[in-house]
Design a protein around this ligand. Structure first.
Ligand SMILES: [Zn+2]
Ligand SMILES: [Zn+2]
Length: 387
């Protein structure tokens, strides 16, 4: 069962919370991480993928190699919980996703495991920069992460408001969606608003596209395999020129899915609708569909190991085997599409105001540090074969 974390880990978590750094700017955080790992006796490599840090624990001559990943970055948003003594000291920067807690739990586990007996194998403790949409996992991979620090399996963990502290969810299959962006530009011929027949109206096209795009999920993709298509930006014309039909109209948004075939179908359907509507209305369309992160899909093998580890750490009754996937994304997917992996959810307590991810009053729950560290340690014992 989990033991409470030492006071210095709580102090470290609050210190990181007070000093949030955005993706690829985690210089202070990475320094702290490297210092703690080095003091614990691990081999430490800094500057992997710019501000990433890898601590390597090697025991014996054989055994498996596993990769444990924590993210370190904060978000560009203000913290509004002014009464919190450890609130952000940097205006417009905040740890609103709990990556401060993730970092400290992996440090705590590394420190504890550095003292452990009877392990055989290698653990790569990966402290990743820039998870929040800035491509930190990809930067580490491009810097040779998996060649320099090879692993048979990879594991990631995220705190989850709505799960009790001391509870975890370890679920096979899709956990987080792919995250793609699209932009469609309709080019017509601008004209006097009173003489639409003399031009070609791109606003009429963008209006039809907006309506039609919502048929992708309703008519194109498998109803049993979730997808989201949302328009999040729309631009055309000028409110100071309400008698002018413009040349151009733009629309953009996000597309999410859990299955590769749903992702492919969504991309194809958006392109077909854009070009079809443009052809029907005599304008032209250009679509730029950019694939971002792939979905996070937990593989059966590592999921089984993670589930037994969670049960050993917290008690079998505290481990949920079904939990709804999230439509958010995580670039842990860049790792788990290359190495079989499992991404687990750790209870952060009630999902109420001030405890929701990316909320200006969010805080990582320090009571979750103990269960998180206990899980990581049990996972390493399960993988590296100590009794
Ligand atoms: Zn986040
Ligand atoms: Zn996060």
């Amino acid at each position: 069962m989990s033991t409470p974390p030492a006071d210095d880990l709580i102090a470290l978590r609050r210190d990181l919370h007070a000093h949030p750094e955005l993706g690829f700017e985690e210089v202070r955080t990475a320094d702290l991480v490297a210092g703690r790992l080095r003091a614990a006796g691990l081999e430490v490599t800094e500057g992997v993928g710019r501000t990433g840090v890898v601590g390597t624990l090697r025991r014996g001559g054989g055994g498996p190699a596993i990769l444990l990943r924590a993210d370190m970055d904060a978000l560009a948003m203000p913290e509004t919980a002014l009464a919190r003594p450890w609130r952000s000291t940097v205006p417009g920067r905040m740890h609103a996703c709990g990556h401060d807690g993730h970092t400290v739990m992996l440090i705590g586990a590394a420190e504890r495991l550095a003292q452990a007996e009877g392990l055989e194998g290698t653990v790569q403790f990966v402290f990743q920069p820039a998870e929040e949409g800035r491509g930190g996992a990809r930067a580490m991979l491009e810097d040779g992460l998996l060649d320099r620090f090879p692993a048979d399996r990879c594991y990631g963990l995220h705190n989850m408001p709505g799960l009790e502290v001391g509870e975890m969810a370890v679920v096979e299959g899709p956990q987080l969606a792919s995250s793609d962006r699209f932009e469609v530009v309709f080019d017509g011929t601008g004209t006097h608003g009173a003489k639409p027949h003399l031009g070609r109206d791109p606003i009429a096209a963008v209006g039809q596209f907006l309506t039609a795009m919502h048929t992708v999920v309703a008519r194109e993709t498998d109803p049993l395999s979730p997808a989201v298509v949302s328009a999040c930006a729309l631009a055309a014309g000028d409110f100071d020129a309400l008698n002018v039909i413009p040349d151009r109209a733009r629309i953009g948004g996000t597309a999410r899915a859990y299955a590769p075939e749903v992702r492919d179908a969504t991309e194809a359907a958006l392109g077909r609708l854009a070009h079809g509507i443009a052809a029907a209305l005599g304008v032209t369309a250009r679509i730029d569909y950019r694939r971002g992160m792939p979905p996070v899909v937990n593989a059966p093998g590592p999921t089984g190991i993670a589930r037994s580890a969670a049960a050993a750490a917290l008690g079998a009754g505290r481990v949920r085997q079904s939990f709804p996937p999230s439509t958010a994304g995580d670039d842990f997917a860049e790792l788990s599409t290359r190495v079989p992996g499992c991404y687990v959810w750790l209870g952060n307590g009630p999902a109420e105001d001030g405890a929701l991810h990316h909320n200006t009053r969010y805080d990582f729950n320090d009571a979750a540090l103990g269960p998180g560290i206990a899980f990581w340690c049990a996972l390493v014992r399960a993988e590296l074969g100590a009794g």
